[in-house]
Design a protein around this ligand. Structure first.
Ligand code: ADP
Length: 842
């Protein structure tokens, strides 16, 4: 029923929704309202249903039990009626068997019709007994007959009763009952024992016939004995009429709650033959009575009949037929469990369960009313909540659609009312905020428009820049390609290092010269692939790169250096390292350019050889010229005039100068060819200095130049006299030559920790700054001397430096044009190393 109601409610909600489908508010109700309604229905109906169903089950169980109990009790009452009869009859029988007339009759019959004890006749005693029988039978309307039958089966005294009164049966109507089973059975009993017959139909007459109308009876009898002889003397028997009892049970007095009779009553004997049936024709089917054979076994299933006839009490539910059968055995004789009848009731189950049906109906109706009430209440309640919400939603939707004039009209004082108020306030605020917002938006839009224009301009500017960058990028790439092409096509080896001293550019020539592959170069630390060494002893000369990277100096690889190839062989090279600087001047790397100088060396060598040869060949004729000129001047060939002397002097000076030049050239070629000899010996260097000054005496005198000597404590060191002399000679002659007349030249020689230091300073014309780099190169002559002094060869300093380079010494200078020059020479304390060769220098 709950489900039906929910369906009704849902269809109601559905209809409601369809009607107003145009309006969204109903959809909203459809959501919240439906949820609320269904929720409330479920919350109330489900627990109610569960509790109702449980109590229905529990109560109906109790009621069924109660109904069954009632039915059993009803049967017990009926059974008791028979028990009461039996008890009463038992008492009556024992009483009658002991009444004096019985013994009187016995004595009278024994004494030929007269009682010897008191003289009464047999008839008198019989009359007395009859009176007693009448006295007993009269108040008991259920006693059909009370009889005294003698030991031969002959009725001696008999009183019949029709229920209203008693009738003495006259002697001539008395019958012999010797052939009846109750007679034979009773005669077997002892004193005080009771025989109870099954219920059967009373029979009368001879031959006996079933009395009509049927008189169902139970016979209760007990034997009597002669008090003196103790011999059996017949029996007292009471036929008890049970018709009343049967009729009572059949029609029954019990009624159900509605006043109807409860079911039909049946009685069967212990063999199942009907004693009482709703269809009278089916009664008394036993062979003892009508012999029709009508039996309970014909009508009920075996399991039920065997239960009913088992002698036990019980209740059977036959659910298929919707029946209940309640049964009770009634034992007619307490001493005999075999002889009993069964009373049972055949009742419609619905009749028994009537109270349960009533209960069910009450519960159903209560449920129906309750659910109806809850449903109506749910709808009203959900509407009361959802309607204001719908209104509020409408207002919200209207506002969100742009209609800011709409306000919520909910006036209730609950939370919804407060919500509505807050909503209206919010709408006001939005309206207000919107107008300020609009103003702001307008002004902001203006600003944005302006900003947009500026941005547009910027955009084009950026696009232009990007375009430029793109072009620049292309240029850079092209430039890079070009540089790469140049780099790779130049004949010099080029290696570029980053500031971490790693190679990041290398050209083909560098790779070819070093025998390292380009891939081996790239990313390697430069000293792993580039090993510049001193040709002579293989000592490392990478310092010029290191210094370039650290100090940012442009450094040349010193002379006589070689590159050690991958296979360990040496390649004579010249190299220069230049720093790479960024815009701010910071060192970001170093470029090393190197060149194979092997061929140059060879050319130089052949040049030097030629110069050596030519100089050598020139010396002899030159000496001859000078010698003969000297002789002519000395007048060995006769007197010469002044003009001739002048001319000869010119020849002689030129010859000497040429001899100097040839000498110098010879020295240069010997130095370059390495054929010169170094023969160190322990010498006082100041002596050599003094000798060299002495050689210049003429020149000093002519220019009036004074030499100031300053010698410290100088130990003797291993030096080649000739070579050191050449050094002093060159430096001192230069100082004098390039100093003005009447000036001073200072020479100092001091010993320091690691060598002997020589300084020769003048106040002469100096060397122009821009030419100082070339001072030690071959044939160098500064611009400021070329015109004034035509005697110089430009080989002196070259020779000096070469000597020092080959012997472990060093030379440097400081010079300022028109102020003076200082040449500084150092020779290690260990002196010069010995060198064998072909010729000494001159
Ligand atoms: P030279 O025979 O020309 O002197 P050197 O090799 O001795 O040849 O010197 C080379 C050049 O160096 C000179 O020509 C001169 O220009 C310059 N020079 C050398 N020494 C001095 C000095 N003391 N003062 C000025 N210039 C000098």
């Amino acid at each position: 029923m709950g489900i039906i109601l929910i369906k009704i409610m849902l269809s109601f909600l559905k209809k409601n929704k369809i009607k107003t489908a145009k309006k969204k508010k109903k959809e909203f109700y459809g959501r919240i309202g439906k949820k609320l309604t269904i929720g409330m229905l479920f919350i109330t109906i489900i627990p109610f249903g569960i509790i109702g169903y449980a109590s229905y089950i529990y109560t109906s169980g109790i009621l069924i039990e109660d109904a069954f109990h009632e039915l059993g009790h009803n049967l017990d009452t009926s059974a008791n009626k028979i028990n009461i009869i039996r008890g009463r009859v038992n008492d009556d029988l024992l009483f009658l068997s002991k009444t004096p007339p019985i013994q009187g009759i016995i004595r009278a019959q024994n004494g030929d019709g007269v009682d010897p004890l008191d003289g009464s006749t047999d008839t008198e005693w019989k009359n007395r007994l009859t009176a007693i029988f009448e006295g007993v039978a009269y108040p008991r309307d259920i006693y059909l007959q009370v009889r005294y039958i003698d030991e031969n089966g002959q009725e001696l005294v008999r009183v019949d009763s029709d229920g209203d009164g008693t009738v003495r049966v006259p002697t001539q109507l008395l019958q012999n009952k010797a052939n009846r089973y109750y007679f034979t059975e009773t005669m077997k009993l002892g004193l005080g024992e009771l025989f109870v017959s099954p219920i059967d139909l009373n029979r009368e007459g001879s031959p006996p016939r079933i009395e009509v109308p049927y008189q169902p009876v139970i016979r209760y009898s007990t034997p009597v004995f002669d008090e003196i002889t103790r011999t059996p003397k017949g029996m007292i028997i009471i036929n008890v009429r049970v018709k009343h009892f049967l009729d009572d049970f059949g029609t029954d007095t019990q009624e159900d709650k509605f006043g109807d009779d409860i079911g039909d009553g049946f009685i069967v004997d212990n063999n199942g033959y009907y004693i009482l049936h709703t269809d009278k024709s089916r009664e008394w089917g036993s062979y003892v009575d009508l012999g029709t054979g009508e039996n309970i076994k014909k009508d009920l299933p075996e399991e039920i009949t065997s239960a009913i006839l088992s002698g036990e009490s019980g209740i059977f539910e036959v659910l298929e037929d919707n029946h209940v059968i309640a049964y009770r055995p009634v034992f007619l004789d307490l001493a005999d469990t075999e002889t009993f009848i069964v009373i049972y009731k055949f009742v419609q189950r619905d009749v028994i369960l009537a109270p349960i049906l009533i209960l069910r109906n009450i519960l159903l109706w209560t449920s129906f009313i309750f659910v109806l009430f809850v449903a109506v209440f749910s709808v009203i309640f959900s509407l009361s909540i959802s309607r204001p919400l719908v209104k509020l939603t409408e207002a919200v939707q209207a506002i969100s659609a742009g209609d800011m004039s709409v306000r919520s009209s909910i006036k209730s004082k609950d939370e919804l009312g407060m919500l509505s108020k807050a909503f209206n306030k919010m709408a006001e605020n939005i309206l207000e905020a919107r107008s300020t917002l609009e103003e702001k938006v307008t002004s902001r839009t203006e600003e944005l428009k302006k900003g947009n224009k500026a941005l547009e301009k910027q955009k084009y500017a950026i696009l232009n820049i990007l375009d430029d960058i793109e072009k620049e990028k292309r240029n850079v790439l092209e430039e890079k390609d070009r540089i790469n092409t140049i780099l790779h096509s130049i004949g010099d080896g080029v290696v570029v290092l980053d500031k971490e001293a790693k190679v990041f550019i290398v050209n083909d020539t560098a790779s070819e010269l070093s025998n390292y592959k380009k891939e081996e170069f790239i990313g390697s630390l430069y000293y792993d692939v580039l090993r510049f060494v001193y040709e002579k002893d293989g000592s490392g000369r990478n310092f010029f790169i290191q210094d370039c990277l650290r100090g940012g100096n442009i450094n040349k690889l010193p002379q006589y250096s070689a590159l050690m190839k991958k296979d360990g062989t040496l390649l004579p090279v010249s190299a220069i390292a230049s720093p790479l600087n960024d815009m701010s001047g910071k060192i970001i790397g170093c470029v090393i350019v190197f060149r194979d100088t092997e061929k140059e060396r060879e050319i130089d060598k052949s040049k030097s050889e030629f110069v050596s040869l030519a100089s050598h060949q020139l010396r002899t004729p030159l000496s001859t010229i000078n010698w003969y000129t000297e002789m002519l001047l000395a007048g060995d060939a006769g007197k010469i005039n002044d003009q001739q002397r002048e001319f000869l002097n010119e020849i002689y000076t030129g010859g000497l100068r040429m001899a100097d030049l040839v000498n110098a050239l010879l020295n240069v070629s010997r130095l370059e060819l390495g054929t010169f000899i170094v023969e160190p010996e322990l010498l006082d260097i100041t002596e050599i200095s003094k000798n060299a000054i002495g050689d210049l005496a003429a020149l000093l005198k002519s220019k009036n130049i004074k030499i100031i000597e300053n010698y410290g404590e100088i130990p003797k060191i291993n030096i080649d006299k000739k070579l050191v002399h050449i050094i002093f000679q060159n430096l001192l002659s230069n100082a004098v030559k390039y100093s003005p007349n009447d000036s001073t030249v200072r020479i100092s020689i001091v010993k320091k920790a690691n060598g002997v230091y020589i300084e020769i300073a003048d106040n002469g014309i100096g060397i122009p700054q821009d030419q100082q780099d070339n001072v030690f190169t071959k044939l160098f002559r500064a611009d400021n001397v070329k015109e004034s002094d035509t005697t110089g060869t430009g080989l002196g300093l070259y020779i000096t430096k070469s000597i020092l380079d080959h012997s472990g010494g060093k030379i440097s200078f400081e010079s300022t044009e028109n102020k003076g020059t200082i040449f500084k020479v150092s020779i290690p304390l260990k002196g010069m190393s010995k060198k064998t060769g072909e010729r000494a220098l001159n």
